[in-house]
Design a protein around this ligand. Structure first.
Ligand SMILES: NC(=O)c1ccc[n+]([C@@H]2O[C@H](COP(=O)([O-])OP(=O)(O)OC[C@H]3O[C@@H](n4cnc5c(N)ncnc54)[C@H](O)[C@@H]3O)[C@@H](O)[C@H]2O)c1
Length: 338
């Protein structure tokens, strides 16, 4: 049995708790949970029987667990990840793994020194429709990618503790918090891109709310749009449209079927994907099923159990994606105001 200590019982902590509950037959359970808000930690403990701690650092120093799952506000990731690794715990860290270039060396050094398993929650790498896209890109089933458009559009997220999400120095703003998903996936798909251009729209305080990036990757031209200040009634949407030599693949999370392939020979179809876990609990947020959140935690737990290295979303990759987005923010003229 892999015993997990979950730190942060907010939006993502609750999601992870639901995933671990769904994964219990895989030999994993939450045995410790920490949140400054004891009622949120208590809700998770009630279902899992976990011991409750107040702070993340108390859990790391006192709880008898094998792995620590960090679902804290982003500015707290680095110090908790380093403390957990030093206590010889395997670590799952939500994305973005960190906010600053300075954090990167210490994180990688500690991972190397301690030898524990570390994975970053770049869940899109394990989201079924995106996994499918990676598979057909690598197999060249439809030839090479010619162009690709990636979008992540949202109403303003309102749930965060003390509104940390809308303080760019704590969250990295929309670029590091949301765009990191597509930036990371572009890197995963075709390798390190040359960034051709970045433009951003800012609110009256100068904070980026919407950003457009264009990349050249090998011979493919790709673009990404992210926005998180659409009206409250606007449905969250993630989307891609990728043109290969022989077909175009289109994914839109708000329509059904969400994934379609339009072949150049006139045939169109919706590919059958492996069924990810469907939850009957009301998850709220952006998803109706556990999607990549379930897949990534299942992957992490299996890697620990089999003592195998994390290949799909290792710490180094999470860090390289943060570096790329920091570069994009700088190109958008955002070196001071993230
Ligand atoms: N992968 C995704 O799609 C996705 C989606 C949402 C959030 N996230 C990431 O998950 C992380 C958490 O985001 P969230 O939306 O759950 O935030 P949240 O504000 O909903 O929850 C954060 C929780 O941390 C608790 N907390 C703060 N300081 C603490 C401390 N020192 N010790 C213990 N508890 C503490 C707060 O009380 C709060 O309950 C962020 O890094 C965010 O970027 C990822």
């Amino acid at each position: 049995m892999i015993r997990v200590g979950l730190i942060g019982a907010g939006f993502m902590g609750k999601m992870h708790a639901t995933c671990y509950e769904a994964l219990k037959e895989n030999g994993v359970m939450i045995t410790a949970v920490a949140d400054l808000d004891q009622s949120k930690a208590g809700d998770i403990a009630e279902k899992s029987g976990a011991l409750v701690y107040e702070t993340g650092m108390e859990l790391i120093s006192q709880a008898d667990v094998d792995a620590i799952d960090i679902c804290l506000p982003t500015y707290l990731h680095t110090e908790h990840a380093i403390a957990a690794m030093r206590n010889r715990k395997h670590v799952f860290i939500e994305k973005p793994v960190c906010l600053h270039e300075e954090d990167e060396k210490e994180l990688l050094k500690t991972e190397k020194e301690t030898g524990v398993t570390v994975m970053v929650g770049q869940c899109i790498r394990l989201w079924s429709e995106y996994t499918w896209l990676k598979k057909v890109t690598d197999s060249k089933e439809y030839g090479e990618i010619v162009t690709g458009v990636f979008k992540r559009i949202s109403p303003k997220p309102t749930w965060s503790w003390n509104n940390w999400l809308h303080q760019p120095e704590l969250s990295g703003g929309v670029a590091l918090d949301m765009h990191i998903h597509d930036a990371d996936f572009v890197r995963f798909l075709l390798g390190e891109p040359d960034i051709l251009s970045v433009n951003a729209s800012r609110d009256e305080e100068g904070v980026i709310q919407q950003m457009f990036s264009t990349y050249k990757c090998q011979n493919a031209l790709l673009s990404s749009e992210v926005c998180w200040d659409y009206p409250d009634s606007f449905p969250f949407c993630m989307e891609y449209r990728v043109k290969f030599d022989k077909a175009t693949a289109v994914y839109n999370s708000t329509v059904s079927p969400a994934l379609m392939v339009y072949q150049n020979d006139g045939i169109s179809f919706s590919p059958t994907l492996d069924k990810e876990f469907e939850s009957d609990s009301n998850l709220g947020g952006n998803v109706s099923s556990l999607g990549g959140y379930y897949n990534e935690l299942e992957y992490f737990i299996n890697k620990i159990k089999n003592n195998e290295p994390v290949e799909t979303a290792p710490l180094s990759e999470g860090i390289n994606s943060v570096k790329m987005v920091l570069h994009e923010i700088a190109l958008a003229g955002g070196t001071v105001k993230l």
